[in-house]
Design a protein around this ligand. Sequence first.
Ligand SMILES: Cc1cc2nc3c(=O)[nH]c(=O)nc-3n(C[C@H](O)[C@H](O)[C@H](O)COP(=O)(O)OP(=O)(O)OC[C@H]3O[C@@H](n4cnc5c(N)ncnc54)[C@H](O)[C@@H]3O)c2cc1C
Length: 429
Amino acid sequence: METGLLPEDADVVVIGSGAFGLSAAYHLTALGAGRVLVLDQFAPASQTSPRAAGLFKLVRADATLTALARLSVEIVTRFEQLTGVALPYVPSGSLLLARTAAHAAMIRAEAAQSRGWGVETAEITPALLHDVAPYLEGAGILAAIDVPGDIYIEEPATLLDAYQAAGERLGMTVIGDTTVSAIRMELGRVAGVVTPRGAVRTPVVIDAAGAWSPIVGALAGVTIPVAPVRHQLRITTPLGGVDPGHRIARIVDASVYLRPARGGLMVGGMEHNPLPLDPRDTGPRFTMADVPLDGGVLDRMTSDVRVQVPALIDAPIAETRGGLFTMTPDAHFLAGPVPGATGFWVATGCNGSGFSLSSGIGRVLAEWIVSGEPSIDCSTIAPERFTGPSADRAALVTAGIEQYANYYTPRPLSDNASGGRWAAHATHS
Ligand SMILES: Cc1cc2nc3c(=O)[nH]c(=O)nc-3n(C[C@H](O)[C@H](O)[C@H](O)COP(=O)(O)OP(=O)(O)OC[C@H]3O[C@@H](n4cnc5c(N)ncnc54)[C@H](O)[C@@H]3O)c2cc1C
């Protein structure tokens, strides 16, 4: 476990070594931000991020998120070439599948919109699904969109390891078992962080503390409007005939996703009655390993798609895992400078896509900090869009749960471009 000496000074301190924190830290270091220090209260990269499904998704109901998704896939697929650090990924492509007329209309409209934003998509006949994903049957499928550019990472920890290794080669420091317990402010500006192992002077802090990000925000006197909500998945034991290159599948009306995993199938999805769970209510020793798992929820999802994925019926389960999404009221990320505390930045509000978009978000955040401007317009994910009602925790949880439960609910596309509107369409992982 990493418990190196704490430096007295840093140019940037990143709080949290999950996907967001490590990506931002790597990109900052690569862009010449100086001494970048990542602190984590637990072992580095041990909380939500290594529990992700590892799915990347280019079709997003929003122009900014599409640009960030495209940038993220580009960074991951070129990572080894750019850094010399190996980062295995599977260029499987993916399928968006609909079993109701409303969902069929939704995915066709999303695919058309995404093509306009530079994402390759094509409708394929359900009879051909079996060819690209033999674990799938076309029965009951009304529309199928093929997205050849989508990828997945088999073991999510490898992305975190790659960010860390690439950053450390350039001089970035990651220290675990070090909780940031206070943030020093001087005349409204960040001046440093305090931990039980000592203090570090710094003019810039990034709150990348995941489900704990509101707690860290409060240390700087600001509100971080995210509601943590449980998400879980399972992986079967190896099943005959599943190849890693078979397509990812998202059956949108069932809110279920599937992919090849370790020779078997991974299945996960959005719960209809989501479970909010906030570390502010659970005490300081809470970790992601304490998130209660409910196999019944996953059984119902599996049963819902049994006609399309008969191999799941009675398949033995090798692993069930879960963690917390950080939901925002409009299902958009929360990344950028936080009003009210100069030098205090945030990267959270994952809404289920923080693993895959961490590369793009880390990059634009680093550009923003180093050069004063991100290369992609980030106004729809900037913290300054929230004021007033979002500070009300009960309303925030209600909005976050609604976004989670309606992840794949068809809504008028005109809602989607609204960015800051609370009723905006969710952007699924
Ligand atoms: C089961 C599951 C499947 C998912 N699948 C996908 C997927 O396929 N694709 C996708 O894009 N996303 C997916 N997600 C979402 C994704 O995992 C998250 O968006 C992402 O991991 C969030 O990263 P993070 O850095 O915010 O959080 P974390 O990985 O939790 O990192 C936050 C870190 O901050 C540290 N910290 C907190 N407070 C302090 C403090 N005071 N001092 C020091 N350190 C602190 C914590 O210890 C923690 O290590 C999934 C999530 C789950 C639960």
